[in-house]
Design a protein around this ligand. Structure first.
Ligand code: ADE
Length: 241
């Protein structure tokens, strides 16, 4: 079965956008997944195709009407998880991406204006997801990000390189640095161990580098990694105090 993505948006022209190119675009052309961008405005009931209104209680901006959003969601009706992209949502993680990719697909609701009426979020049991602690002008770029992350995990979309990379992230560490030819460039040499041909030493160096980079840049991930390693039988060569 094809993994199906439906995006509900006021700007369907934003899709497939970057997802029509490169890896995701080739997978789309092959039929490994499908993408349908639907205009929320098509579900407006009045002559003016109104999708939003002023917030009760006052304040700046406009709020998307629950009846219009509900009708748009009805039109995709099936068992796929329905996600509302919003900076108020839970932060998107690789674990969540893995779960979405393993299912039948997703329905993604992109908000504009100040947001979507709370009642339709509750009534439809929408999963609210944020892609990071910053505010975009709409959910569309977030939908593109979520879809890109899912599509690369679909069967047959990426080869061995991706699964190796995915495993390293699954272990909760950032990646070690990569090098290619030339061995010396602008006076900078590739670390000797990588030219040595000693596979075990290369693996140990990479594990140590992944640990160092994670500790320096993402103390939150590093702590989580240490906690996950506690009590496991396998000693982690990357762990250095
Ligand atoms: N819409 C606006 N900002 C967003 C964010 N950071 N994540 C998801 N959707 C958004």
């Amino acid at each position: 079965m094809t993994w199906r993505a439906t995006v509900l948006t006021l700007f369907p022209e934003m899709f497939p956008g970057p997802l029509g190119l490169s890896l995701a675009g080739r997978a789309l052309a092959r039929g490994d997944w499908s993408l349908e961008a639907r205009d929320i405005r098509a579900h407006a009931a009045d002559r003016h195709r109104t999708v939003d209104d002023t917030p009760f209680g006052g304040g700046a901006g406009m709020v998307m009407r629950p009846d219009v959003v509900d009708a748009a969601l009805d039109a995709c009706g099936d068992g796929r998880p329905a996600v509302y992209l919003t900076p108020r949502g839970r932060l998107l993680t690789q674990a969540m991406v893995r779960r979405f990719a393993a299912g039948p697909g997703v329905v993604l609701l992109c908000g504009r204006y100040e947001g979507v009426d709370q009642r339709v979020i509750e009534a439809r049991g929408l999963t609210e997801i944020s892609i990071g602690d910053y505010v975009l002008s709409g959910g569309e770029p977030a939908a593109l990000v979520l879809l890109d992350a899912c599509v690369r995990l679909l069967p047959g979309v990426m080869g061995a390189a991706a699964s190796a990379e995915e495993e390293s992230f699954a272990a909760g560490l950032l990646e070690y640095p990569h090098y290619t030819r030339p061995a010396e460039w602008q006076g900078r040499r590739v670390p000797d161990v990588l030219l040595s041909g000693h596979h075990a030493e290369v693996a140990a160096w990479r594990a140590a580098e992944a640990a160092r980079v994670t500790r320096e840049r993402r103390p939150d991930l590093w702590q989580a990694h240490l906690t996950a390693m506690q009590g496991t039988a396998i000693a982690d060569p990357a762990v250095t105090p």
